[in-house]
Design a protein around this ligand. Structure first.
Ligand code: ATP
Length: 367
């Protein structure tokens, strides 16, 4: 296993800048997810670690050794692709053993090792079949087995679960989580699925337009998103973002929006500095921190019901705040709500987040 380091990496394709000044340190044994929307530069970053792309500028280190211009085969990395990239004419034994074959291992030894890994991945009984004779989930595990058959310094995953159906995907995710805990591999895993990143990563690098906007543990990203982009990308449903006008009144912060009632909040230097740039702030509230308001609740948002989706253990109650602004609560609800109903949702101010007019988090008191 090994560490991976990016130092001021830029990558352009012609005049298009795909990765812009990305730096990070991945420690030995860490599982890092690169998370972001399509086209944000995740795969390009992964391919640069593998040596399949060369940075336009900057340096890459694996295990403290510079590899920026090293050939892929000399980096000792293993990669699992989205489409599995299995050899269709080879049976599973030969597919899995392939990395050992190219390294010159004798046939018996490599088949024995392939069988060992296949057994761990519960495909040991399928070794004589070719890929077209096994299911998508089994193909995915074959691809994983091939990556794990030879001890690499770093394991790279490019959306390896995206071709699986929802149930298999959950199963494979649990399996990968177990594997990581069991083997302690250093892994970089590309996904645009926030739930997958939250479930698997020791740290997540959230990327937007070629840059890393936050690099932190899943819980830190969830509890203290650095920007409205991160707040909106992580969480299902995502954090509600309410545009508000802020003003300093009697040394406190007063927030206003037509359908919002909220007590004045303690003023801080960070809030004062945000207000001096612009009174336009964004209030963030996660769906699980909203409840159906009771008489006397101090902090509420009130609007017409837009949808009430029953999810089994809970419901997603969405209000239409006008101008296509919506707010969603994840709540346990017995009541029957009609579309014509006006609903008040309440929240505790300790569960709110504030962002300045540029979308940057304003640290809460004590952060
Ligand atoms: P996805 O989730 O869709 O795979 P991604 O975040 O992995 O997206 P990349 O594949 O890294 O994104 O691509 C980043 C940007 O660089 C995209 O706009 C893409 O079109 C562009 N790009 C990637 N490879 C090339 C290339 N070889 N030539 C030109 N542009 C490229």
């Amino acid at each position: 296993m090994a560490s991976v380091q990016f130092k001021n990496i830029f990558k352009s394709f012609g005049s298009f800048s795909a990765v812009e000044d990305v730096s990070f340190d991945i420690a030995d044994g860490e599982f890092v997810c690169l998370l972001g929307p399509s086209g944000c530069g995740k795969t390009t970053s992964l391919r640069m670690i593998a040596g399949l792309e060369t940075p336009t500028s900057g340096q890459i280190f694996i295990d403290g050794k510079e590899v920026t211009h090293l050939h892929p085969k000399d980096r000792n990395i293993a990669m699992v692709f989205q489409d599995y990239a299995l050899y269709p004419h080879m049976n599973l034994a030969d597919n899995i053993a392939y990395p050992l074959k190219v390294r010159g291992e004798a046939v018996e030894k490599r088949h024995a090792r392939a069988k060992e890994v296949a057994n761990v991945l519960k495909i040991g009984h399928l070794m004589n079949r070719v890929p077209s004779q096994i299911s998508g989930g089994q193909q995915q595990r074959t691809s994983l087995a091939r990556a794990l058959v030879y001890p690499a310094k770093v394991y790279l995953f490019d959306e390896p679960l995206s071709n699986l159906d929802a149930k298999l995907r959950l199963e494979a995710r649990g399996f990968l989580n177990h594997l990581q805990r069991d083997m302690g591999i250093t892994a970089v895993y590309v996904t645009h699925d926030q739930a997958e990143a939250m479930a698997l990563a020791s740290r997540i690098a959230v990327m937007d337009a070629g840059k890393i906007v936050q690099f932190a543990s899943p819980i830190e990203i969830y509890r203290r998103p650095a920007t409205t982009f991160v707040a909106n990308f992580v969480g299902n449903p995502p954090m509600n973002l309410v545009e508000v006008e802020g003003a300093q009144v009697d040394g406190q912060l007063r927030l206003k929006a037509s359908d919002l009632k909220i007590v004045d909040l303690p003023m801080t230097d960070a809030i004062a500095s945000a207000l001096s740039a612009s009174p336009k702030l964004t209030l963030g509230i996660r769906p699980e921190h909203l409840h159906i308001a009771k008489a006397g609740d101090e902090n509420t948002v009130t609007a017409k019901l837009f949808a009430n989706e029953n999810m089994g253990p809970e419901s997603l109650v969405t209000l239409d705040r006008g101008d296509s602004a919506r707010i969603t609560a994840r709540i346990f609800i017995d009541d029957h709500l009609e579309l014509s109903d006006t609903v008040s949702l309440s929240f505790g101010v300790e569960h709110t987040h504030l962002f300045d007019s540029s979308g940057k988090r304003i640290p809460a008191v004590g952060e």
